[in-house]
Each structure stands twice: as C-alpha cells, then as structure tokens.
Design a protein around this ligand. Structure first.
Ligand code: UDP
Length: 367
C-alpha cells in the first residue's frame, strides 16, 4: 500500500495534520506506540467521569481561529481553571492575585499589595532577571516565592530555581484584581465527552495502527510505502542521539477510584507547593465537567526524572538544551521528505492551542 504521508504519533499534532491533509485529498497512515491514539490528551471514562490519563488538560487560547477550529470537533463547557495551592496548613488561591495577597498579608487594596511586594524586594538589585528565582522574586517578592513557587518548581523540574530559565514562570499570571482565573486567554473550557473523542473525529476515515513503535514499524512493516514522513516523537531519538541526548522531564501518575467519596477536594486542581510533599498536584477529574456522579476519581501527579525509554513530558528549554535542539534542527532540515512536529519533534513547551496552530501551519505549507 502506498500513502502520501506516514505519521508517527497519533497525538494532537499528528491528528490535526492528518485531518488537514485528508481534506486536501492526501492519504495518511498513522502509527502510535501506545495502545491508544490521542497522545497525552487521552481521556477515558472511569466511574462515569472523563479521566485525563496523562495529566490535566485545560483548553485555553487567545486565538479565535483556533477556538473555532477545535469547536468543530467538540462542544466546550464553561470550566475556568482556578487552582488552589496548599502550603503546609495554609491555603491560597492561584494564580497570584489579590485573593492570594490578602490571605498572605491581610492587605485589601492593590496599592497595599504592591507596597508589600516592593518592600520585600527593595534589598535585591535585580534589573534583568537571569533565572527563574530572580524573575519570581522581582515579580512577587519573597513570601510568594518561598511559599508558592520555590518548592513546587524545584520538584517539578528537579533542579534549583537559579538554574531554570525565567520564561517558565511567565506562564503564570500575576494580577492585582480579585480574579482566580489561571489563564488570561479569552477562550477556555473542557470538551464535553473528553478529548479522545476529538482525536477520533480528527482521525475518522484515516488508517491508524496503535501499539507499534517507529522502530518496530521499520523492522516489521514491508508492505507500506510513503512519500513523506511526519515524525512527532523525540527529534534526538530519531537521529539516534548522534549529537547527544536532549533532556526531558517526566511524570508519574497515580490514579485512584473512590466510588464512595462524592467530593474529595472541592476543586479540580489542588497544587502542593512545599518541597516535602512528593507530588505537585492532585486532580479531581469530575470537577472539570461539573460532575454529579456518586463517586470520584483523583490523580496524584509526581514529577520524575527522565531516562531513555521513559515517557518524556516536558522539554527542558534551557540554553544548553535549546542549543542542542538547534543542532538537531539543522540535521532535520537536511533530512529529505521528513517533517518534525509537536512538543517532542520541535522540542517546545507547547500548549494545545499552539500545537494545533503549528500543525495547521505545517499542513498549509505542505498543500
Ligand atoms: N508554578 C509554581 N507554583 C504553582 C504552580 C506553578 O511555582 O503552584 C510555576 C512552576 O515553575 C511551573 C510553572 O509555574 O513550572 C508552570 O506551571 P503550570 O502548572 O502552568 O504548568 P503545566 O505543568 O500545567 O504545563
């Protein structure tokens, strides 16, 4: 059998690309090493609840075009992410906003909060923050940094905040209003019926083979030929790590069904910001969909070191790794008829909306 594209990885990037190319009359064959499609946005039903099997995925975007695009494949509910942070026996609202500050310092007005922060950083002379610690301190002061950022970030990334790039923390909004919405984007929600259904719709009419890795496919499959390859796995793995290995961060999930517990924590996302608690957050999935089920399902998320052969979740976009990635990108550009896409293929900390946008762009270029 001959195809226009062989796509390695049936996650969001590969699936959007396949859908777009099919629309343009191209034939795609898509493989995935996991037993299911949908990559890390895979959801499955447990106790009548859509469980985010590879960590919480909240769709949010500022791009109306992307919002309309994803809207073709699912109806989105009105979920707004408002995590709660637990530090020892203290509870705070996230992202950092007036609710957080008033709880911390008993202040009421934005002016008082700003004065408090300014007072905490007056002795530091940070002009251009050079790492995450300096960035966080200069934005929110010492108390917030020490209670809500330092421990969480160091366990999440497995390294000291002074060795992490400042941009990681820029993902987190800071505002001087009483607004607990974690995202600044105007469009946000969770797809009714789960994310897997979106992928199924994208892949409708496309041949998908799961449970086969790229290496197995190369070894075992002789009957399928193709003009072009889209590879959405790790770019360094594709090149057999010939320039060295890129670093990733991994995660381990511990999911528990609690059939007799109706409401475990009262919120979808609760972060544990102290270093001593081994997990970063507990997700209670039913709250993503305002679930009224009798039981509940929770997932503890443990950050983990990544070693070859394990699941990579986050690229570590510090200078050293970005430089190495650029070298791989150089190799990729010289590789004939091979495209690289997605978080792993492009070594980028992409959110879902950016992933879709990049896949659409690639499809347009190919057309
Ligand atoms: N972060 C933090 N405290 C928190 C939540 C997040 O310090 O309670 C920081 C941390 O550095 C983290 C970054 O913000 O790496 C982004 O976190 P987010 O939860 O948005 O990332 P995700 O893992 O969901 O992509």
């Amino acid at each position: 059998m001959h195809y226009d594209y062989l796509i390695v990885g049936a996650g969001l990037f590969g699936s959007v690309f396949a859908f777009e190319m099919k629309k343009r009359g191209k034939r795609c064959y898509i493989i995935d090493k996991r037993k299911h499609s949908a990559g890390n946005i895979y959801t499955k039903e447990q106790l009548g609840i859509q469980v985010h099997c590879y960590g919480a995925h909240i769709f949010h975007t500022s791009d109306k075009m992307i919002w309309d695009y994803i809207g073709q494949f699912a109806e989105f509910n009105h979920y707004i992410n408002s995590p709660v942070a637990v530090y020892r026996d203290e509870l705070y609202n996230l992202p950092f906003n007036m609710n957080t500050f008033s709880r911390l310092w008993n202040v009421r007005t934005p002016k008082e909060a700003k004065e408090k922060i300014a007072g905490q950083i007056s002795d530091l002379s940070i002009k251009e923050p050079e790492n995450l610690e300096e960035q966080a301190l200069s934005l929110v002061g010492r108390d917030v940094y020490e209670k809500l950022i330092k421990g969480y970030t160091e366990k999440q990334w497995g390294r000291d905040c002074r060795e992490l790039p400042a941009f990681l923390i820029k993902r987190l909004p800071l505002r001087f209003t009483y607004d607990n919405n974690y995202f600044n984007d105007p469009y946000q929600g969770i797809p009714v019926g789960g994310y897997t259904r979106i992928i199924e719709k994208l892949l409708d009419g496309i041949e998908v083979r799961t449970g086969i890795s790229w290496q197995e496919f190369l070894r075992e499959e002789q009957d399928i030929s193709y003009d072009k390859l889209l590879y959405t796995g790790m770019i360094d793995e594709y090149f057999d790590y010939r320039l060295g290995a890129l670093e990733y961060r991994s995660l381990r999930f511990e999911t528990q069904e609690l059939p007799d517990e109706e409401n475990y924590q009262g919120n979808a996302v609760v972060n544990y910001t102290e270093r001593e608690v081994p997990y970063t957050r507990i997700i209670e999935h039913k709250h993503f969909e305002f679930g009224k089920q009798a039981g509940t399902v929770i997932t503890k998320e443990y950050p983990a070191e990544w070693n070859p052969g394990e699941e990579p979740y986050y690229p570590i976009n510090d200078e050293k790794n970005n430089r190495l990635y650029e070298a791989y990108r150089g190799l990729a550009e010289r590789e004939k008829n091979v495209l690289f896409g997605g978080r792993l293929g492009m070594y980028r900390y992409y959110d879902m909306d950016k992933t879709i946008k990049a896949a659409l762009k690639m499809a347009q270029r190919e057309a």
